[in-house]
Ligand binder design. Structure first.
Ligand code: LLP
Length: 421
């Protein structure tokens, strides 16, 4: 469910016409719907509560680190899952209290760990024995004890794209299953470390419950073993990963996901953390772009738009599907024809869609790439010296630019010529 719909044939975000935003900020741009973000948070929170789970939703900021997005969620009670000092600082700047922040990631530096310790965040998810030893030394030096989850790798196939699968033993993430009890014993013995939680994240854009069920079952067995070993596990961090519809896939609902977690883990007496990213913001964003020109070819028609792979990397990186919506809805019965939708960047990979059935499009027409709220702006670059795309948030009949488009002068000014030139 989202709040992008046609009104009198004009695509709108809540009550604002996309064409009006385009006229004000130029193209391309990202637009987010505040009501959609809030709705997704509430549906998940209600699902977790209905399943009897005492849970904090820690938004995975990597999906969309804009301060306005994080603050929208923080005001509803969300915490944050961060993976760098930059994200931790953003979460704090957006108003997430430290006691609702968890720090994940396989390569946290000593400086990042030190900053997290000083900030007094809720939990650090440790991914290796060397990281655990380093964190212990840093916490001891700071005179603190940090609450730690060991991120475990349950060797479960998430059945998603290979580049976003994280819970198989050949993936770089988490402690290998057979070593988990030994690592907890070590954690228990180290100064400055309170091993109170288990964390697990098996992948992203999961569209079935089976892999979650398998991972939760393994977690349940593990908690039993650890408690028998005298380790006081009080919290479970279930990670993120629940998928959203991009095309015709039908992922499980947040309520179904929560029910499975409740059935398998609900009687352990634990508090819960979840780290959803895509689920909260994926369908809350569009990337709006203008057709530069239509280039007829002998084998296909190319619709060249002013957004490119650097603005939305997912099609180039994962062959991801994003629906393409005309900003002016064609009259019923308008014939569609296949076209390739491409950007201006000098690579064949700069292709958003191949042989997609689209209504007639001409230079100057606006189109929107759907489901671009997660891992869209977040992964953008300035490749081909293209300015980062601005971001806009809509709330009811208002909109605000939540990140302006940098000027070419600002971009050029970031470079320095050495004094010998
Ligand atoms: N927690 C951890 C430890 C993670 O690594 C991730 C995502 C999440 C939570 C949030 O997962 P989500 O709920 O969004 O599935 N760029 C890729 C997705 C990469 C996901 C990385 N980790 C894409 O565009 O599909």
């Amino acid at each position: 469910m989202n709040h992008f719909q046609y009104r009198n044939r004009a695509l709108c975000a809540e009550s604002v016409a996309i064409a009006d935003i385009a006229a004000a900020v130029g193209t391309p741009f990202y637009v987010y719907s505040n009501a959609t973000i809030e709705r997704h948070y509430r549906v998940l929170a209600e699902g977790l509560a209905a399943a009897g789970l005492d849970a904090t939703i820690c938004f995975a900021c990597k999906a969309n680190p804009n301060l306005a997005v994080i603050r929208t969620l923080a005001r509803l009670g969300a915490g944050a899952d961060v993976v760098s000092e930059g994200e931790l600082r953003r979460a704090l700047a957006a108003g997430v209290p430290p006691e609702r922040i968890v720090f994940s990631g396989v390569g946290k530096s000593a400086d990042e760990l030190r900053f997290a310790i000083e900030t007094g965040i809720h939990q650090i998810n440790v991914e290796s024995e060397p990281e655990l030893r380093e964190l212990s030394a840093l916490a001891e030096a700071a005179g603190r004890t940090v609450e730690v989850a060991i991120r475990v790798n349950p060797d479960v196939d998430a059945n998603t794209h290979a580049k976003i699968t994280t819970g198989k033993k050949e993936n770089k993430f988490g402690i290998e299953w057979d070593r988990v009890p030994e690592i907890y014993r070590l954690a228990q013995s180290l100064p400055g470390i309170a091993p109170v939680a288990v964390a697990c994240h098996i992948g992203s854009q999961l569209t079935e419950l089976g892999p979650f069920r398998a991972a939760f079952q393994r977690l349940r067995d593990l908690v039993g073993r650890l408690r028998a070993d005298g380790i006081d596990i009080r919290r479970l961090d279930l990670g993120g990963g629940l998928g959203v519809p991009y095309d015709d896939e039908v992922p499980p609902s947040p309520a179904e996901y929560a029910r499975v977690a409740g059935e398998i883990l609900g009687d352990l007496g634990c508090r819960f953390l979840v780290e959803p990213g895509r689920l909260l913001v994926g369908n809350a964003g569009l990337l709006v772009s203008k057709v530069v020109r239509v280039k007829p070819g002998s084998t296909r028609t190319f619709v060249v738009v002013d957004a490119a792979m650097n603005d939305l990397m997912r099609p180039a990186l994962y062959d991801a599907f994003h629906a393409i919506l005309p900003v002016v809805e064609p009259p019923p019965g308008t014939p569609r024809a296949p076209a390739d939708v491409v950007g201006p960047v000098c690579e064949t990979g700069d292709t958003f869609a191949r042989q997609r059935d689209l209504p007639p499009l001409a230079a100057g027409d606006l189109v929107a790439f759907a489901t671009a709220g997660a891992y869209g702006a977040a992964m953008a670059s300035t490749y081909n010296s293209r300015p980062l795309v601005p971001e806009v948030m809509v709330k009811e009949d208002r909109f605000a630019v939540i990140r302006p488009r940098p000027s070419h002068e600002e971009m050029i000014r970031q470079d320095r010529l050495p004094d010998w030139m």
